[in-house]
Design a protein around this ligand. Structure first.
Ligand SMILES: [Zn+2]
Ligand SMILES: [Zn+2]
Length: 746
């Protein structure tokens, strides 16, 4: 008889482990950070998802059960299988069906399953359950007697749904005894749960336009019965995509389906959460990096036990346990924050698509500027394209205007970075009682400090990066290792006291605008002024309450905000980011400009957008001005196809870094030679670019080189990666990262 892996059987991890004397039970346990699972003998069946403590090379280790067997899977009699006692916790840590997803991620990103699980699951503490008291549907035969019993019933009636046992203490000293009596008589029910079952309100579907209704209908068609369809919801900014999501979630919940909503990190504001909760009429589980570990564990547990059935969060929410998953929504699917930039370099959007396929449910990818990957999939008919070309309600798309900075020399401007037309428009907007957003996508005061006498530029001691001057702290900072430095009184090279600030950042723009408009209320929104979600929320709250006239900020101001008072958006310098060494620079710039422009005129008053640039003919800018997404996308796709870049080819970036300056280059050169022989084998279209020094040659004292591997399809890319991993031996002092479907090129 062959051994049957039982990891995906009907055993839910909710089955409390039961003593069984029938068979021996074998289980595979995955232990972080080890690559392969270890087999142990258990006293009874322990379902996948349970955490266990196991003996390992003379010490104790914790891991998760991933597979169970009825007979010993190890056929080698010389191998001793060690025994374990019982699970660490009486509850499982994830759902059995999540394991399939974790295994897929492990394979695709060539990362040990133990690391995937370690990334996915928060540290779970024993859950705190409360006892909830509610009135029974059918009242008992015996009448309640005595003041305390009657008082309890009154309190429960007032609460309309249920209360904790402790909250009934006001009924009288002997409330526990009275409660026991009521329970015996069948007047009340007591349930032990993590939270109240209370419905917040009746779900309130949003009013939709004809275009919105058509899009919604297509999505709803895939809910009854549930089938796996990927929708690309391309709606212009302000077209009301959120309203469609809300209606789809309400419908899915009516059908008893669980929902997953992914949003880019920063747009996860408490307002969005309460708005969603109010509309869909139930509490939502949150998952994002702004939560404390215990909050994250709490929500995970609530979702795992099915108390909360809608999960909302940033990329890591894609791992959440969700019962009967029936709908996934990825808002702003183009946003690069869905890609994790360290350790397990996964893309939350891509995993969401796989997850929908595994769950056989629909997924909606929404954006005003879809990623070219998604757009091409829609063009090829792999995804269903849903388009909304009109703004929701009465607002109209903003008018756009381009200011060619080459025709506005600095010498003729009152300020270094704000042209006269932009200045006049700001003035007029504030006078009309409206608000202004000014985008400058670089933080700090000056982008570098240079000696006027010898041209020496101040660099970080640990990175090949020029230091940014921050006026607010009067210090220099490295934006890569976060080290801050005192400003030297003299040039470290020639000792001349002539160090000067050059380039600009949000702090500098803030200062300039302050000089131009001394009476205006100006605030700044960037990573320095909003260090956490609370700061972020309060800045936006002040804008919403019209306590701010002008908000200067980085790309943080371009994210999904719906602030009706903002009628003017000025992009101070469209060219920041346009000339980055990144093949996606044009795509990212187009998306940023379109998203920023979309903040203007979302209320009654029409919006206006001013783009300041020295490259007025660049297609990112020309097409932003014309509201022409498809024009931009078609042109960019043609270039990508010609050059063999994503979305036509798959791309992997291999970065080698070491404290030794020579090692990364040597290692990658050797690898390139090996790969060349693979290219000659004609296994498919494959191309290797490099090795070359990474654009940032040194970070945190490590020298960096990189190599780009392009393959015509995903299977070939996986073959290449497998080949490299099994044939390439590198010294320990060399750190190699494989970034599959890389977004980051620095
Ligand atoms: Zn000098
Ligand atoms: Zn540094």
């Amino acid at each position: 008889m062959t051994t049957l892996p039982m990891s995906l059987t009907t055993n839910t991890p909710f089955d409390a482990p039961e003593l069984s004397d029938v068979n021996e039970h074998f289980l595979d346990v995955i232990i972080h950070p080890l690559e392969r699972p270890y087999t142990y003998k258990g006293p009874f069946h322990i379902a996948p998802g349970f955490q266990v403590t196991v003996p390992l090379h003379g010490r104790k280790a914790t891991g998760y059960v991933v597979t169970t067997y009825l007979e010993n899977p190890c056929k080698d009699p010389k191998v001793t299988i060690r025994s374990i006692s019982k699970p660490d916790k009486s509850e499982s840590c994830f759902l059995a069906e999540q394991l399939t997803l974790f295994q897929w991620i492990s394979k695709y990103y060539h990362t040990p399953l133990s690391e995937v699980i370690d990334t996915a699951i928060p540290t779970l503490t024993p859950p705190k359950r409360e006892r909830w008291v509610s009135l029974s549907q059918d009242t008992g035969q015996e009448q309640p007697k005595g003041g305390v019993q009657l008082a309890i019933i009154e309190l429960l009636k007032e609460a309309t749904t249920e209360c904790t046992v402790q909250s009934l203490a006001g009924a009288g000293k002997s409330y526990i005894t009275a409660l026991k009596k009521l329970l015996e008589k069948g007047y009340v029910e007591i349930n032990e749960r993590l939270m109240s079952r209370q419905l917040l309100s009746v779900p309130r579907p949003a009013q939709l336009s004809l275009e919105q209704l058509q899009a919604l209908d297509a999505i709803l068609d895939s809910l009854t019965p549930c089938k796996n369809n990927t929708f690309l919801l391309h709606g212009i900014t302000g077209s009301g995509k959120t309203e469609i999501y809300i209606n789809a979630i309400i419908k899915a919940r009516k059908l008893g389906l669980g929902c997953l909503v992914l949003v880019p990190e920063i747009s996860l504001t408490p307002q969005l959460v309460s708005r969603l909760e109010e509309k869909i009429g139930e509490r939502i589980a949150l998952m994002h990096s702004g939560l404390t570990p215990s909050e994250r564990a709490h929500y995970w547990r609530l979702a795992l036990e099915g108390e909360l059935r809608v999960v909302l969060g940033a990329r890591s929410a894609v791992f959440s346990p969700i019962h009967n998953l029936g709908l996934i929504i990825v808002d702003e699917e183009h946003d690069s924050s869905f890609k994790q930039s360290d350790s397990l370099r996964y893309n939350g959007r891509d995993i969401a698509i796989v997850r929908a396929a595994l769950a056989q449910c629909p997924i909606v990818l929404g954006s005003a500027t879809p990623s070219l990957e998604s757009y091409l999939n829609a063009k090829r008919g792999k995804y269903t394209l849903l388009e909304i070309n009109q703004r929701h309600g009465t607002s109209k798309p903003p008018s756009l205007e381009c200011i060619d900075l080459t025709k506005h020399p600095r010498s003729k401007m009152q300020s270094q970075n704000i042209s006269l037309p932009l200045k006049e428009k700001i003035e007029q907007t504030i006078q009309n009682g409206n608000q202004v957003f000014l985008l400058f996508n670089r933080r700090g005061y000056a982008s570098f400090m240079i000696c006027d006498a010898c041209g020496y530029t101040l660099f970080c001691e640990h990175c090949e990066v020029s230091l940014t001057y921050h006026e607010s702290t009067s210090s220099l900072a490295c934006h890569y290792c976060n080290k801050s430095y005192q400003i030297p009184p003299r040039c470290p090279s020639c000792s001349a006291p002539r160090l000067q600030n050059r380039g600009a950042g949000t702090e500098k723009i803030h200062e300039e605008v302050g000089k131009l408009f001394p009476t205006a209320r100006i605030e700044r929104l960037d990573r320095d002024s909003a260090k956490n979600l609370e700061d972020y929320r309060s800045i936006l709250e002040r804008v919403k309450n019209k306590e701010v006239d002008i908000l200067v900020g980085t790309q943080m101001i371009a994210k999904g905000h719906d602030l009706p008072g903002v009628t003017l958006v000025g992009v101070v310098d469209c060219d920041v980011g346009l000339h980055m060494p990144d093949f996606r620079a044009a795509e990212k710039t187009f998306a940023l400009l379109t998203q920023a422009a979309g903040r203007a005129g979302r209320g009654i008053d029409p919006g206006h957008v001013i783009l300041q640039t020295r490259s007025p003919d660049h297609l990112s800018i020309v097409n932003t001005l014309k509201h022409n997404y498809s024009g931009f996308a078609e042109n960019e796709l043609k270039d990508r196809k010609d050059l063999g870049y994503p979305p036509y080819w798959r791309l992997m970036r291999i970065v080698a870094s070491s404290e030794n300056e020579e090692l990364p280059e040597q290692a990658l050169t050797l690898l390139t030679l090996n790969l060349a022989s693979l290219v000659d084998e004609n296994i498919g279209k494959l191309s290797v670019l490099g090795p070359s020094p990474a654009p940032i040659m040194r970070i945190k004292d490590r020298w960096r080189w990189h190599l780009l591997v392009k393959a015509e399809n995903v299977t070939l890319m996986q073959r290449v990666l497998y080949y490299i991993k099994s044939n390439w031996k590198t010294p320990k002092s060399l750190r190699i990262t494989y970034d599959i479907d890389a977004q980051e090129m620095l």
